[in-house]
Design a protein around this ligand. Structure first.
Ligand SMILES: C[S@@+](CC[C@H](N)C(=O)[O-])C[C@H]1O[C@@H](n2cnc3c(N)ncnc32)[C@H](O)[C@@H]1O
Length: 269
């Protein structure tokens, strides 16, 4: 399939006060049968890279298991590469043998056990086109990944299930700004329903990350459903890592079309 360039697509929305209608249009047109929750974060992340004039970025999935998510992320990346002309490296991180040891109540032992979600590595490798698999515990594989000077990470799908694994994976978010966009879009899979809370699992890891880092904070994009124009199971699961002292943090991200808003066309007033 031929994809239109971002320059063609954005022209149709230059009378809109916000960039969200363009993102919604792309979601509907190109990603309806893809994982919308990955696609949304990936669109926003690639668009930010475009606004920052970057030519190469990374997407990552933490927690790959059988690989359904990574395969989708790879397809999403290929479409966005064609639209934006930005090279997108795709990385998948997983133990390869299912969940590691459950380390107490913070890891929700009522839900999870060691060995859940094993991977068929050979089968998955035969299905992947460009994604790189980093097999082993994230506490070992992330330092190796960072040593390889990756292109800056723009979007992360977090699906490691456990607090102990998630807090280790956040080491990526504490590393050099060269490896990160000033705002990294994140989808967190394990925060809605069940027995998740801010005292266990991914949300506890987020709380601790924020307490530990003065200039880096992870927070939800509040009321995203309004801008999406629909409620979904995932609209409360999209977060941003803000790196407030990143050299590119203050560069305009084009989310507000200020000339339109200044003509009193702001739907929020
Ligand atoms: C629910 S599965 C991921 C499902 C996948 N995202 C999908 O959408 O198909 C969780 C995965 O996280 C991985 N995992 C959990 N803790 C890990 C750790 N410390 N290091 C590497 N992988 C880990 C497990 O191996 C497991 O395969």
């Amino acid at each position: 399939m031929e994809y239109p360039s971002i320059q063609i697509l954005e022209k149709q929305f230059d009378d809109q006060p916000f960039r969200y209608p363009l993102f919604n249009h792309m979601l509907k047109l190109f990603f309806q049968d893809r994982r919308e929750h990955y696609a949304w974060g990936a669109i926003c992340a690639t668009d930010l890279a475009y606004q920052l004039s970057l030519d190469r970025i990374s997407f990552a999935e933490f927690g790959v298991a059988s690989g359904n998510g990574l395969i989708e992320l790879e397809k999403i990346a290929l479409v966005l590469e064609a639209i934006y002309g930005i090279q997108i490296d795709v990385h998948g991180f997983d133990m390869g043998v299912g969940l590691p040891e459950i380390a107490g109540y913070r890891d929700l032992p009522n839900l999870w056990s060691k060995g859940y979600f094993p991977m068929d590595e050979q089968k998955l490798r035969s299905q992947l086109k460009k994604a790189e698999l980093h097999l082993g515990n994230v506490s070992d594989t992330i330092p190796v990944f960072l040593d390889s000077s990756p292109s800056p990470v723009a979007f992360v799908a977090h699906d490691l299930d456990l607090y102990s694994s998630t807090i280790n994976a956040f080491k990526l978010f504490e590393d050099k700004e060269d490896y990160l966009l000033p705002r990294v879009h994140i989808y967190f899979d394990d925060i809605i329903g069940f027995t998740y809370s801010k005292f266990n699992g991914e949300r506890l890891a987020i709380e601790e990350f924020n307490a530990r880092n003065e200039k880096r904070k992870i927070d939800q994009i509040y009321r995203l459903s309004f801008f999406l124009g629909k409620r979904t199971f995932w609209d409360e699961s999209i977060y941003l890592l803000h790196i407030f002292d990143h050299a590119l943090y203050a560069k305009n991200d084009g989310l507000l079309q200020i000339s339109v808003i200044q003509n009193n066309n702001c739907p929020l007033d």
